[in-house]
Design a protein around this ligand. Structure first.
Ligand code: IPE
Ligand code: IPE
Ligand code: MG
Length: 263
């Protein structure tokens, strides 16, 4: 089955071969991507870091389009971490401008693909112009029933866990229960990702072997895929490679039974 790729994939291409190898019954429900390597991509070309971020927008488009065509339940993209404020002001401003522009330009297409847009992270800290654009995109796509696209902005895994614990403890207190009764499910329900399926696959580009404060709670049993490709060069074929690789893994979740992705 070629899903919804017939109009965009050429016969005999690597994309087509990968699509033919995918087991549609065992697609990851939730894929998250640490989009890394924009600066190094630009440096390789003797260009300023911001040129790398600009080129990275095309990779975002490709990933969103591919995720939607595959029929993923959720795609979560790490765009700005709680630590990224340490970067020079002009770089931070450029990233925020690009985000606004992306949302303005892509909203029709996102909506057309039945994608529901949301953000995760402490967006209160973002400027009101960015928050307005986020609200517009979230509202416009709120009733869509396809893939949930979450963009992580001013996101930190530790901050998320702190926020979730606060929420869970508040509920405990309100119902007069003891703190000793607090359990994993209650914290899980307070995470920013509480409306998303379990994280199955985490992709990181640019070869770095670290998590950089992304989805720390959700990563417990996610499969991790690292590619050397810098984010601006990441295209459909790379995402398909990651999914095919994921489907070859044996996921055991600590048990012995092969609950597998392998055929
Ligand atoms: C990822 O690329 C984009 C963001 C973190 C916003 P980088 O800007 O981190 O690029 P490198 O890692 O310096 O190459
Ligand atoms: C992680 O990349 C954050 C995003 C992709 C938004 P970084 O480039 O900020 O991470 P480190 O500094 O290499 O760990
Ligand atoms: Mg980086």
């Amino acid at each position: 089955m070629l899903k919804d790729f017939t109009e965009v994939v050429e016969a005999g291409s690597r994309d087509q071969k990968l699509l033919a190898a995918i087991d549609w019954e065992r697609l990851p429900k939730h894929v998250a991507i640490i989009m890394d390597g924009n600066g190094r991509w630009a440096a390789q070309r003797g260009q300023p870091r911001i040129a790398g971020h600009r080129a990275g927008v095309e990779a975002v488009r490709a990933a969103v389009d591919t995720g939607a065509r595959l029929g993923l339940g959720a795609l979560t993209l790490y765009a700005f971490s709680t630590e990224n404020w340490k970067r020079p002001r002009y770089e931070v401003d450029a990233l925020m401008r690009m985000l606004r522009k992306y949302l303005r330009l892509e909203l029709d297409e996102i909506n057309r693909q039945n994608i529901r847009f949301q953000t995760i992270g402490r967006i209160q800290k973002l400027s009101s112009s960015v928050r307005d654009e986020i609200a517009r995109a979230s509202d416009r796509t709120a009733s869509n029933t396809g893939m949930v696209l979450s963009v992580a902005l001013n996101y930190g895994g530790r901050a998320e866990i702190v926020d979730a614990c606060r929420g869970a403890v508040r509920k405990l207190e309100a119902s007069g229960r003891s703190i000793d009764e607090l359990n994993e499910e209650e914290i899980d329900r307070e995470l920013y990702t509480n409306n998303l399926p379990e994280l199955d696959l985490l992709v990181r580009t640019s070869g770095e072997l670290r998590i950089s404060n992304f989805l720390l709670w959700q990563i417990a049993y996610a499969e991790i895929y690292v590619t050397e490709t810098f984010w601006p060069d990441f295209r459909r074929v790379e995402l398909l490679e990651a999914i095919v690789d994921y489907q070859r893994r044996n996921r055991r979740f600590g048990g012995l039974k092969l609950v597998v992705n392998a055929k």
